[in-house]
Design a protein around this ligand. Sequence first.
Ligand code: GS8
Length: 214
Amino acid sequence: MADNQVTLLDFWVCMYGMRFKIALAEKEIKYERLEEDLIRKKSNLLIEMNPIYKKIPVLIHNGKPICESLIIIQYTDEVWNDRSPLLPSDLYQRAQARFRADLIDKKVYLPSRRIRTTKGEEQEAAKKEFFEIFKILEEELGDKPYFQGEAFGFVDISLITFSSWFQTFETFGNFSMEVKFPKIIAWTKRCMERESVAKSLPDPKKILEFFRGA
Ligand code: GS8
């Protein structure tokens, strides 16, 4: 399959777009990246390509749009299946990987957003929820190098993009990820040793500045 007509509609701070950048870097696929201005005005192209949600990321492959980051990564893995597999080949393990990525989507973002946007009791409740899901994830990871075992893959991609926001969560919520979740932080550092991850994640300080200014 030709790599040459791959476009990503993106917004630099968005952890969902970062997922796609990592997947494409793992697969060594060249692409064009179009930055959306989500704050002021979405482009006509975004509205045309994702008319239902009008959200980024959108992958446009040979003119056809694919929306929702987890679906985009699975599509990417299926289309470019000749290199760096991201999902396990065993069907049961594939289902487990999908379950975990879905869990991350359902449980991590909302409490993390409330840590940033609320105070007092509401913020404490959000922190409790956030700590609960990270406790589950820390236990799931255990002593494995990556969530799927020895190889970096789909579940790692789904979660690692949140790590560029950790400093923001810690600053707004006044806690330390390293103290609470040492295995997750060790895994974060391991993932950052991969070029695909290091070049796809923005500087955490820039994310913090973005939200402090917002
Ligand atoms: C979430 C995408 C999303 O929230 C996915 O792709 O996995 N489930 C989707 N995108 C945000 C930017 S990142 O916070 C977005 O496009 N927001 C614009 C809007 O809500 O209008």
